[in-house]
Ligand binder design. Structure first.
Ligand SMILES: [Zn+2]
Length: 348
């Protein structure tokens, strides 16, 4: 993906770019409270800001190409701490390895709250100092998910600010934030997308068969939030058969057949399908059973013997980056075509 877009603006929803650029023209406050309406991309904005603070490039931060940026994209930067309730973990563009989820109780997994242990863990890690010798960033989303004891625990650290430690707090409910926390933060208001920007953006994301009128109706229905409109599209209606059938031709795959799917389906749906298929290939390469397409196990087995496991895993990692950006692609067709070319190369 980095060969397609390598400037900061491309990694933000278009309605967030101006605000981001004006915020980053000045030194970023150590305790920043980002607020705005629901479903306008505040989490993405906060993550991009964390990336900006941690990027090790000397210009055009975040560069999305340096080591630090790659780690942020994978959720693996040792100086980035993202705290969310368990029930919102799926909103993050990467997996978090906090705790052993397999051994966690169902209650904890579904928790709507940020637990005091989550805050304590991060504070303890922070006391060890910065891993990369630069800034450290703690991002909390949403702040109102902290119950009183978690908030009080955080407060102690907010009261003793250190120059290299940044807090990015995000909320849709400013009125619910404790005054003691609010008083220690500087505010940054995130704008709601204007109708023309939201409408144009949706036009670029949605199947070409959807008319402008239909898009505008949807936007009205979801209070002007283009992200809500995207979420409302039922991904289950996507028929994976055509894509999987083509993928199972390996190096003989015809990219056009899959790219054609963009007329009716979102890039996200298609990438997700390729992702599931690739995960299965990886399982089979390690002698395990496929998880998503068990009926195609023997087809996969016949091909994966010649595939380099390392290259396959690299491909999956690229794919993850693409999925992360699939909600705001610049050139969906080019992106898909590049990816499919890489896919074919796995088998040649
Ligand atoms: Zn960078």
């Amino acid at each position: 993906m980095s060969e397609l877009v390598a400037n900061q603006a491309s990694f933000l929803y278009p309605w967030l770019v101006e605000s981001f650029q004006s915020l980053t023209q000045h030194p970023i406050p150590n305790s920043l409270l980002i607020h705005g309406e629901k479903d306008i991309g505040k989490l993405q904005y906060g993550l991009e800001l964390a990336n900006y603070l941690l990027c090790e490039s000397t210009a055009n931060r975040p560069c999305h190409t340096c080591d630090a940026c790659h780690w942020v994209a994978k959720g693996a930067h040792p100086d980035l701490f993202v705290i969310t309730p368990q029930n919102l973990k799926h909103l993050l563009p990467f997996d978090t390895d906090e705790g052993d989820e397999a051994s966690e109780s169902e209650d904890k997994k579904q928790s709507k709250f940020i637990r005091i242990e989550q805050i304590r863990q991060v504070i303890a890690k922070n006391e060890l100092g910065s891993y990369r010798g630069g800034k450290r960033v703690v991002l909390i989303y949403p702040v109102e998910a902290m119950q009183a004891e978690a908030a009080n625990c955080l407060l102690k650290t907010l009261e003793e600010p250190s120059a290299q430690l940044h807090f990015i707090l995000i909320t849709s409910h400013l009125e619910k934030i404790l005054p003691t926390i609010r008083s220690r933060c500087q505010f940054s208001a995130i704008p709601k997308p204007s109708h023309p920007i939201a409408s144009q953006w949706l036009k670029d994301q949605l199947p070409e068969t959807l008319t402008q009128e239909k898009i505008d109706q949807q936007l009205a229905l979801y209070a002007g939030s283009p992200l809500k409109v995207i979420q409302s599209i039922d991904h289950k209606t996507f028929d994976e058969l055509t894509v999987v059938n083509e993928l199972s031709k390996f190096k003989l795959l015809q990219s056009g057949v899959i790219i054609e799917q963009l007329q009716q389906h979102t890039l996200f749906d298609i990438l997700n399908c390729i992702y599931k298929w690739s995960i299965d290939l990886n399982l089979v390469a390690f002698g395990l059973e496929p998880r998503y397409f068990p009926h195609l196990a023997s087809t996969m087995k016949s091909q994966t013997q010649q595939v380099s496991k390392a290259t396959l895993q690299q491909f999956i990692s690229h794919l993850r980056d693409d999925i992360r950006l699939a909600n705001h692609p610049l050139f969906p067709k080019v992106q898909l075509d590049t990816l499919l070319m890489k896919y074919k190369q796995l088998f040649s």
